[in-house]
Design a binder for this molecule. Structure first.
Ligand code: R5P
Length: 237
């Protein structure tokens, strides 16, 4: 079975959790795209849900698939957010932002009662860090922000090269929020919670791709079938 089929299987399993009347966070990326497509099929068959997209790309997909949309200003909470991830560790801490949508993804996940992460099982890692950590930054003062990030890395026992993300056309990648992304090759993040706190304290950092204590469960699809891992601690811990 190819990777895309595994991603669709994980998305289909998450869809089983969706009930009539739910308000849903709609993730971004190639895995979340499958969820939006499958959700669109259920909506066409009569399911009543409303979604908040985590990117302009997902907004376009949802509109194409006929999924009704709203905003976090119009509703007071979300029941479930379904989103992909770049890495998932056994505590269900995540690295996200490979597609550049981490800021809206984190706002939406934090506003949700539950976050279900869907992925093929290659995303499951014992320790986060092999995937470069995306850090969303304000372009103004990037030199100072980069030095503060390096200091935070040193304090948290990690180091690695940083690079401003480029788009396919060679220009700097600009997020939906108008910011830039610095990708940090850290290889092994020993204490992701401490690093998350240290990065959040830097003024020029808008957000980072460490999602700590946000995922409620992970649906992993692999050659052996589907594995659902539930988070042990309550959301936010
Ligand atoms: O910014 C992008 C998101 O965090 C994605 O959810 C993440 O990169 C995983 O994407 P994919 O499902 O395409 O591997």
């Amino acid at each position: 079975m190819d990777m895309d089929q595994l991603k669709r299987q994980a998305a289909a399993r998450a869809l089983e959790e969706v009930r009539d009347g739910m308000q849903l966070g709609l993730g971004t990326g190639s895995t979340a795209k499958h969820f939006v497509e499958l959700l669109g099929e259920r909506v066409a068959a009569g399911l009543k849900v409303i979604g908040v997209p985590t990117s302009e790309a997902t907004r376009a997909d949802a509109e194409r698939c006929g999924v009704p949309l709203t905003t976090l200003d119009a509703i007071d909470h979300l029941d479930i957010t379904v989103d992909g991830a770049d890495e998932i560790d056994p505590e269900l801490n995540l690295i996200k932002g490979g597609g550049g949508a981490l800021l809206r993804e984190k706002i939406v996940a934090a506003a949700s009662d539950r976050m279900i992460v869907i992925a093929d099982d290659t995303k499951w890692v014992p320790t986060l860090g092999r995937f470069p950590l995306p850090i969303e930054v304000i372009p103004f003062g990037l030199g100072a922000t980069s030095r503060a990030i390096e200091k935070a890395f040193a304090e948290c026992g990690v180091s690695g090269q940083m690079a401003v993300r480029k788009a396919k056309d060679g220009h700097v990648f600009v997020t939906d929020g108008g910011h830039w992304i610095v990708d940090a090759r850290l290889e092994r993040i020993v204490d992701p919670a401490s690093l998350a706190r240290a990065l959040s304290a830097i003024p020029g950092v808008v957000e980072h791709g460490l999602f700590i204590g946000l995922a409620s469960s992970a649906v992993l699809a692999g050659g052996e079938g589907i594995r659902v891992i539930e988070r042990r601690k309550p959301k936010g811990d």
